[in-house]
Design a protein around this ligand. Sequence first.
Ligand code: GLU
Length: 548
Amino acid sequence: MTDKELANVIFPNITKTIEDYEKMYPERELPEGAKVTRFAPSPTGFVHIGNILQAVLDYYLAKNSGGIFYLRNEDTDTKREVSSAVEKIMDALKYMEMLPDEYEFDGSVVGNYGPYVQSERKEIYHTFIKHLIEIGRAYPCFCTSEELEIMRKKQEAKKGRIGYHGGWAKCRDLSNEERIERIKNGEKFVIRFKSMGNYDRKINYEDLVTGVIEFPQNDEDFVIMKSEDLLPTYHFAHLVDDHLMHTTHVVRGQEWLPSVPKHVELFETFGFKQPKYIHSSLLLKQDGNVRRKISKRKDPEALMEYYMEHGYPREAVIESLMTILNSNYEEWRDSNPEANYLDFEFDPKKVGTSGALYDLEKLDNISKNLISRMSADQVYDNLVHYTEIYDPEFNKIVTNDPDYTKSILNIERVQDKPRKDFANFSDIKKGIWYMYDELFDSPEYEWMKITDIGEIKNILNTYIDEFYSESDTSEEWFNKVKLMCDKLGYASNMKEYKQNPDAYKGNVADISTVLRVALTSKSQTPDLYQIMNILGKNRIVNRFKDIS
Ligand code: GLU
């Protein structure tokens, strides 16, 4: 019996050909040099920062060249699929403002090269597999997992190469008669690719990052279609999809590098042009003396939710990932502080090949600088947007009087060295909550040197009754604090105080601390004059009254 007959027994309902699909998905009309990239995560329910690193590069490559960035849901491993996973992926892309040009989500398909969900492309894959069977380059394999396990053990015992290759490939030489009979008897089977490779020969593969790498040829008859759901494996699915969707550049994890020889042989067998590959390195974390892979179980920062829930500005996340992706990015950024990252000229040769160190402290620094350069209005808009989703109660408070909140956010902002204490938008509440009466209720006080409540009340009353004036300038304000020191027996001059501390009850810093703590409950805050100015007399008087 012929291979064609075998193909018809296995796929009786497949009537289309590869050419039919190639006509349905013609070459894209794009400007010269435009890149087509895809973000192709498996819907596991976790969006790892390493995936986002790849997505940033995908997005950048497409947008920097006037190309297309699309999302493909690689859900062929149904055992791992989680239903809300695609939503999480879309949420992460939305947050990063890297919406794909083409995708499938929530029942709608955007783009002409779909379906963009692999489990919906079964018929397409079957057409390509049928073709391989017809030309004698794929066959059904009936080996059970027990048989494969025995084979593996024998290979191990002989210290041989593990895998379904050469003389080990038992089902490779079955006759088509036997194959068809066993299929008709209902025996379970997978489809394997029939390799023509020779392990002793070499191929030179050119990776955009690593340059030319020499690999032995593939000689493994690897599985291309699984038996349980008739879906293809990654190796095969990516060939079909990247061919029909006209992907030019694939950014994927380094764990795929050893599979390259398989992919080279598959693409050659079909006569398809292979996309260019960038294998991105693993993200590592410094853990004491060792560097280890960032792990979603141990490190909250491994998952995208961490950045979204903390409200990191997406520009900061992008900046920190771009510095990991290209070793000369930081230098470029220093000389182009205002430029859009998409204008950076990426050099694949400058991508690290060994693991890249991912440093949260660095992200915090990038982010603190970025937020410090924002105007109060911009911080306000971001804060409102963030709290809408992650802290609705605080959202009500900050939006109740937008001008009040903006003036708080403006404290120490418009100056040569603006404040840099916010690394993300959740830090803001930690830094300004005491400005709102709703949150200031019964705070824990951090009285420092002066702790006697009678003396504290005396200071506060004297200040309000004799010295405080709402219209004072910063200089007048400070002079009055000093005058009050003199009156109450505290040193207004630090030098004099240090020369003769016993002559005083304390000094001007102690007095300022009392005012600061009474108003904010904290012994350290940004500029107290500005804080008092914004709080205004009523709040100040009320807070002083509440001290007991
Ligand atoms: N689904 C594969 C993964 O998540 C994608 C690899 C690729 O981008 O080709 O590893």
